[in-house]
Design a protein around this ligand. Sequence first.
Ligand code: ADP
Ligand code: MG
Length: 262
Amino acid sequence: MKDTTSHAETGTATGTGSGSGSEIGIRGLRKSFGDEHVLAGIDLDIAKGEVVCVIGPSGSGKSTLLRCVNLLETPTAGRIFVGGTEVTDPDVDIDAVRRRIGMVFQQFHLFPHLTVTENLTLPQRRVLRRNKAHALAVAHENLARVGLLDKADAEPARLSGGQQQRVAIARALAMGPEVMLFDEPTSALDPELVGEVLAVLRMLADDGMTMVVVTHEMSFAREVADRVVFLDGGVVVEQGPAARVVGDPRHERTRDFLDRVL
Ligand code: ADP
Ligand code: MG
């Protein structure tokens, strides 16, 4: 979707304050480690099918933001909604929340002692209680989606970094998530392997997946993202359509950052 300009510019989106209407709703999110205030009040709405790239200097809280959304970190304050469920509700079923949110990390975190297929079937069987045949069918379907069906029986160590990251994406997809979070998915890759992983992200975007992608790949952000969010000092300094934020940043901090990465 590319018709999000007005809401993207204001950042207020469709939310009513309860988070309803958006796929991900973040209200007044704060996260501190000791007296370091890493997230100092984040408000963000992400619509169903929207692709948002989060950019910002190292240490600006990008990973912490993603980790708060799937409760790998406990927010210090604020509320987060995913698909209408408040994930910060103290009574929430954390496992049920995490099942709806796929996460892909910079380091692929595959199980090294399992084959590619087993990497995809194990979480389905353990977490979703799928039977063997069902898990296998879903595994193969998602390996085909990322173009790696021919590596189904390989061990991860035999694959390139780009292939390993595509397996990690397929593993997340096999769980049938409503949203996908990517934390610098190409930062650990040799430059010649970045393209194949970005191509998979592009395909997911075209398929209508709701995605939040922390990335330094500005050309990807420009081409694929509906919106770019620039984080610095624990706050959203600037956000808007990718071409506008990257091509014509309004804040000096955004300009300084882009001058360094472009
Ligand atoms: P980014 O992903 O933008 O580089 P992070 O979210 O990883 O930034 O980290 C933001 C800040 O929070 C950094 O100063 C980091 O040291 C600190 N931080 C992150 N996680 C923890 C943690 N578990 N304990 C203490 N400090 C942390
Ligand atoms: Mg990070």
